[in-house]
Design a protein around this ligand. Structure first.
Ligand SMILES: Nc1ncnc2c1ncn2[C@@H]1O[C@H](COP(=O)(O)OP(=O)(O)OP(=O)(O)O)[C@@H](O)[C@H]1O
Length: 285
């Protein structure tokens, strides 16, 4: 696994335990959605992965790197898009690129131009003259253009309007290679639908569900029904009917994974890692 988090414990000084024996493993080339409610620690976990915070105990490795060591070889391979980036306001986008791009050996200036153009931005504008959402687009474009092996995006769609969110999905999908691993933390689950290939749900100090999205749609049906469905793992009343998750029968058509329904199911404990194992076992029997 390219990212490995073993038995991670962490708390802020004088605060209750935030992570309590957290395990998380990510295969190379994944685009992972890290989902969790406000305050569950998504942002903290990304800070730990990038070495900006240190575990109380446990180990974190990204390839052969130990983030807390912050070695230059690691810093050249990781880009962390924080939720609140400090930026030199008087600098133009172009000047920012010249200075910051030098830290990333694989930075591609023409790729940066292209992504900025996709977002409708021009390089000559000063960072302080941009709106919050526009600045977010600049740093997103910059992050993708670093071509770092590890990209950690904390709430990247915060501040983006609806059209920009679909451009975001398009530029992310179009600017990644199989060697790159992207982790996107968000509480806005719909924003990463059709973009991620793995989903990790953080709750109560642990990764409560970690799964491949294709595997989920292979095992479960995410549907709606006017009646309360039999044998559902999870149901939610919506309008005059129900949304549900249930096991997929042999040769039944696959349905797209509803991240929102999955997220609620995990939070309500209707679904957990064991549910996946049970579905797997019942197929074997
Ligand atoms: N510097 C800090 N000192 C003390 N406590 C902190 C600090 N930063 C975050 N916390 C606390 O740690 C918990 C997790 O915060 P974190 O920002 O990681 O959550 P999050 O899942 O990213 O939330 P959100 O979705 O609102 O961004 C919260 O209870 C928060 O109050």
């Amino acid at each position: 696994m390219i990212v490995s988090v073993k038995d991670l414990n962490f708390s802020y000084p004088k605060r209750p335990q935030l992570f309590d024996g957290l395990h998380w493993y990510i295969p190379e080339g994944s685009v992972v959605g890290l989902l969790g409610k406000n305050g569950t620690g998504k942002s903290t976990l990304l800070h730990l992965l990038s070495g900006l915070l240190f575990p109380k105990s446990g180990t974190i490795t990204l390839a052969s790197h130990i983030p807390r060591e912050r070695k230059p070889s690691f810093l050249a391979e990781v880009f962390f898009l924080a939720d609140d980036i400090a930026y030199p306001g008087n600098m133009s986008i172009g000047a920012y690129e010249k200075i910051m791009g030098a830290f990333y050996p694989e930075f591609d200036s023409s790729q940066f131009d292209q992504i900025l153009a996709d977002f409708g931005l021009e390089k000559k504008v000063k960072l302080k003259e941009l709106s919050l959402g526009e600045r977010k687009k600049v740093f997103l474009s910059f992050g993708l253009s670093t071509n770092c092996r590890f990209l950690l995006f904390d709430e990247p769609t915060n501040g983006l309007d609806i059209p920009s969110k679909s451009i975001f999905r398009k530029v992310v999908a179009g600017n990644l290679t199989d060697e790159q691993t992207l982790i996107i933390s968000t509480h806005l689950v719909a924003d990463v639908e059709n973009l991620i290939d793995r989903v990790a749900i953080l709750n109560n100090g642990k990764i409560q569900l970690d799964a491949d999205v294709l595997e989920l749609s292979d095992r479960w049906v995410f549907g709606t029904s006017s009646n309360l469905p039999d044998e559902a793992l999870h149901t939610e009343k919506v309008g005059t009917g129900y949304q549900f998750i249930r096991s997929r029968k042999h040769q039944e058509p696959q349905t797209p994974v509803s991240l929102e329904l999955l997220f609620n199911a995990v939070l309500h404990n209707s679904i957990n890692e064991n549910s996946i194992l049970q579905t797997q076992n019942s197929e074997v029997l």
